[in-house]
Design a protein around this ligand. Structure first.
Ligand SMILES: *Cc1c(COP(=O)(O)O)cnc(C)c1O
Length: 347
């Protein structure tokens, strides 16, 4: 039986070129700053995003945590979207390890605006915590892969500057956002203080993220990374795959977006599912089960029986993520499975 894994773009496996680069990589002890391949990845990532320095971290979660630790003091308030990954999926690390207080803001499909942020930012007062940091997510995962455009970012950055807020961008899929906008990724992060992006999702590397920022910020972040156990040794083996990811795997993300469009168009024809196809902007497709047909876990179970994997997203939503390791035939197969299921559940 065919397997079509649409749970996440994290399931992508490294390309032969990545494996070759890993085999060939020149390595050293990165805690001493002596791994030339890591240094090359960090410089490349920083340059691509328009920052002075970069730091290779084990995961997106570690990149976000290290950014929070570097930007804030204990007891500070951090403004972020109510379903942002940092708040929703990072094990409460912001509270447990950074000791900061979240101020959550409900966005529109995960997107924040300067106006929404303004409404949540309280004036200086002896009773209130110090609001030091704003976190944004682009693309927004639980928002269904929604994109915040350079124009929208510009307004937010300007407001944050006037308000004395630093900005960290959780850009796990920032390259998907850039490809969707047709812009240079630099335009999406202009004026922010730090960005974390994942090498291990649509870009296909086996692990890792890079945190970028100013030289001073990254020097501090490097110490925090050491404290949380991320002082690597000959990790150039992994950085080598990351370099291939950055150099070779960005432009092809457009294909993932096309496959997401194809999947969304097919889902729109399936009687027991609802979808707003115009909300599909990148590689994430969110469908809603019509009430009373079956539960999300029953639906996912039935897909699984037919080799199709997806993730539940709350009480009636299902998330599908397209990536390099599913092709157009796989999408057709997944759609066939879903329409066959319609005959069983509807009639
Ligand atoms: C996946 C993801 C992360 C975390 O990355 P990990 O490598 O899984 O820790 C952070 N933010 C967003 C938006 C993500 O989708």
């Amino acid at each position: 039986m065919r397997t079509v894994d649409l749970r996440s773009d994290t399931v992508t496996v490294p390309t032969p070129e990545m494996r070759e680069a890993m085999y060939q990589a020149e390595v050293g002890d990165d805690v001493y700053g002596e791994d030339p391949t890591v240094n090359r990845l960090e410089e490349l990532a920083a340059a691509k995003l328009g920052f002075a320095a970069g730091l290779f971290v084990a995961s997106g979660t570690m990149g976000n945590l290290v950014a929070l630790l570097t930007h804030t003091q204990k007891g500070d308030e951090v403004l972020l979207e109510a379903e942002s990954h940092i708040y929703y999926y990072e094990v409460g690390g912001m509270a447990a390890l950074a000791g900061v207080q979240p101020c959550t803001i409900r966005g529109v499909r995960g997107k924040l605006t300067a106006e929404l942020i303004k409404n949540h930012l309280r004036p200086a007062n002896i009773h209130f915590p110090n609001p030091s940091l704003l976190c944004l997510e682009n693309t927004h995962n639980r928002g269904g892969g929604s994109v915040t455009t350079p124009q929208e970012m510009e307004k937010i950055v300007q407001f944050a500057r006037e308000s004395g807020l630093h900005i960290h961008v959780d850009g796990a899929r920032i390259f998907n956002a850039a490809v969707a906008c047709g812009c240079d990724v630099k335009e999406l992060v202009k004026g922010v203080d730090s960005v974390q992006f994942c090498l291990s999702k649509g870009l296909g590397a086996p692990m890792g993220s890079v945190l970028v920022g100013s030289r001073e910020f990254i020097a501090k972040a490097r110490k925090w990374r050491k404290m949380v156990g991320g002082g690597f040794r000959q990790i150039g083996l992994m950085a080598a795959a990351g370099i291939v990811a950055l150099e070779k795997m960005v432009d092809r993300l457009a294909e993932d977006h096309e496959k997401a469009q194809k999947l969304a168009a097919g889902i729109a024809e399936i009687p027991y599912l609802n979808i707003n196809a115009e909300d599909v902007e990148t590689n994430i497709v969110v469908a809603h089960l019509k009430p009373g047909v079956m539960t999300v876990s029953e639906f996912i179970g039935r897909l699984n029986e037919n080799g199709v994997k997806a993730n539940g997203y709350g009480a009636e939503r299902i998330r599908f993520v397209t990536h390099k390791d599913v092709n157009n035939d796989d999408i057709d197969y997944a759609l066939r499975v879903m329409s066959k299921l319609a005959q069983r559940v509807m009639f």
